[in-house]
Design a protein. Structure first.
Length: 574
């Protein structure tokens, strides 16, 4: 329940005028029994505190319902649904009498510098300075109250009573107008102050700029320093702009409210209703902006510290790029100069690797500090490296000619699955060689992961690479078959192509299938369908065949299918 007010004025023995938030009413009676024109009867036993109150409104008609509070007078106003024309006219009459009475009193108080709204008119009636004038209105208030009482009691008012009540209202309006003071501009000043208060700017939010700044930090870590810094800078600039604009609007509004308050105060004598004002409390915009900028700065510092992106240049002033080479090693043990390469713009820090000396590779292979020397190795390839560094001699990682060097092999497969690495202690760049055997014939391939300015030949791994390749040399009779494939083995990139290049029998099958393919392509009656079939079969081989047996079956099936197309010209999707 909210606060309320009540002012009771005695106009005759046993008769009182009641002014309250809900409107004006009259009470008739004394101790033990009181009747209120609102239809409420109160009986009590004097001296005991026991009383009983009942309302006659609920008994009059079920069609009368409370409609809430009038916006202008605060009096109760009944629902107009299901009312007869006479009841509707009576209700309108009651509302008119109450609203005009309240408005006349409010205008009187405003003209005397008393700032009051309709809901607080009862508080203004308590002011001692205005009691002599209010007493002159007692008779008129009694007439209006009588008419209202009749409307509530019997649901209608005679024309004579309406005339008396309206004459009383006219008289009150005339008296209030005649007694108005010299401060009528108070209402205009109050309206101006309300307009200034409503124009107060709303506090800006910083969630959007902060989110954009953090997104910029994320982009700095995973994509590009320049892009991330640009986004972070824009976010900070936008947040600063919002803060500056709010502070400027706030200063202008504060000055306008101050001037309106001075004008309002110059016309005011008593402030019954609180004047319009902005809601109290600090908006903390400056603090929020500072906190947002601090969080952004901390995120940028953390990103730069944890994900360093310093430019690294080679001797010619060109940016160093990490290069990944995959090379098939032939039976002669020579690593071809041509190799597939994928370059990535990855800047490489120079950490301290002295802590690696004497440790086993299997203990440090998954350490982020160790992996930073080989930043271009994929997750799948790193797993292979980890497996092939599981077993090694007791000396662990050793320093040789300025390089941290170690080699190992896969557990239970040390004769075929080996790996070695060398990390330059000065530059922090490393090279990794991984030997793996892909087929039962014993032919091996070596994958090399290196920086473009760090060749295997200048590291202690040069002799190891020659030694590993030499142990797998095959008879020269197989060398020719190995080289004769329908594609360039130096550019092999899939498991299937590596296996084919290292297996003489599969290489021969590949050459034979290429000849049959040429005949089938020339004979095909539907070139588009033939092209789609070829693409589908090639994709199947690249994606599904990761071992020799699968490739043997694939070449056998394709020989049969392409031979049939070469003979009939009919392309069948398989």
């Amino acid at each position: 329940m909210g606060w309320g007010f009540r002012k009771s004025i005695k106009i005759a023995p046993g008769i009182r005028i009641n002014l309250s938030k809900s409107g004006i009413s009259t009470s008739i009676g004394g101790k033990g029994f009181t009747y209120n024109t609102r239809g409420r009867i109160t009986t009590s036993i004097p001296g005991t505190g026991i009383r009983y109150t009942t309302s006659l409104k609920g008994r009059k008609s079920g069609r009368r319902k409370s409609h809430g509070t009038s916006a202008s007078t605060g009096s109760e106003y009944m629902n107009t649904d299901n009312l007869s024309k006479r009841e509707q006219a009576t209700q309108d009459f009651v509302y008119k009498v109450q609203s005009r009475t309240t408005n006349a009193l409010r205008q009187y108080f405003i003209s005397h510098g008393v700032y009051v709204e309709d809901d607080d008119i009862g508080e203004a009636l308590k002011l001692e300075a205005f009691q002599p004038f209010l007493n002159t209105l007692a008779h008129d208030l009694a007439l209006t109250t009588k008419a209202i009482k009749l409307a509530v009691d019997i649901g209608t008012v005679s024309l004579a009573e309406k005339e008396k009540a309206m004459l009383a209202v006219y008289e009150m309006e005339h008296k209030c107008a005649a007694a108005q003071g010299p401060r009528g501009e108070l209402q205009t000043a109050a309206s101006a102050l309300m307009a200034r208060v409503q124009a107060w700017p709303s506090a800006p939010g910083f969630v959007g700029p902060l989110f954009a700044a953090l997104l910029g930090c994320f982009l700095m870590a995973v994509l590009s320093v320049s892009v991330g810094l640009a986004l972070t800078g824009l976010a900070l600039a936008y947040g600063g702009y919002k803060t500056f604009r709010f502070m400027r609007k706030k200063a202008v509004s504060s000055q306008a409210i101050k001037e309106a308050n001075e004008w309002f105060q110059s016309k005011l004598t008593v402030e019954v209703t609180p004047r319009p004002a902005i809601r109290s409390g600090n908006d903390y915009v400056a603090l929020k902006a500072a906190a947002s900028a601090t969080v952004t700065a901390a995120a940028v510092i953390y990103t730069i510290t944890v994900y360093p992106h310093h430019d690294a240049s080679n001797g010619n002033g060109e940016q160093a790029k990490l290069q990944f080479n995959t090379t098939a090693v032939g039976s002669n043990g020579v690593v071809p100069a041509a190799a597939t390469a994928t370059t990535l713009n990855i800047v490489h820090p120079v950490p301290d690797f002295s802590w690696l000396v004497g440790k086993y590779p299997s203990d440090v292979v998954n350490d982020k500090r160790f992996r930073s020397a080989f930043n271009g190795v994929s997750r799948a390839d790193w797993k292979k490296i980890s497996e092939r560094l599981a077993v090694m001699n007791s000396s662990g990682i050793q320093m040789q000619d300025g390089y941290l060097v170690a080699q190992g092999c896969k557990e239970h497969e040390c004769s075929t699955e080996q790996a070695a690495f060398a990390v330059n202690a000065t530059s922090g760049k490393g090279v990794v060689l991984v030997k793996q055997t892909s087929n039962p014939s014993g032919n091996a391939s070596i994958k090399i992961f290196q920086w473009p300015d760090l060749s295997v030949g200048v590291t202690p791994l040069s002799s190891w690479a020659q030694e590993v390749a030499g142990t797998d040399a095959e008879p020269s009779a197989k060398t020719a078959s190995f080289q004769q494939t329908s594609f360039d083995c130096s550019k092999a990139h899939s498991d299937a192509e590596h296996i084919i290049c290292s297996d003489a029998e599969l290489a021969s099958d590949d050459v034979q299938l290429a000849a049959i393919y040429a005949k089938a392509k020339a004979a095909a009656d539907d070139p588009v369908a033939f092209k789609e079939r070829t693409r589908a079969q090639w994709n199947y081989r690249e994606q599904k065949c990761h071992e020799r047996e699968c490739l043997v079956r694939w070449y056998a099936d394709q020989n049969v299918a392409l031979a049939a197309i070469a003979e009939t010209g009919k392309v069948a999707q398989q």
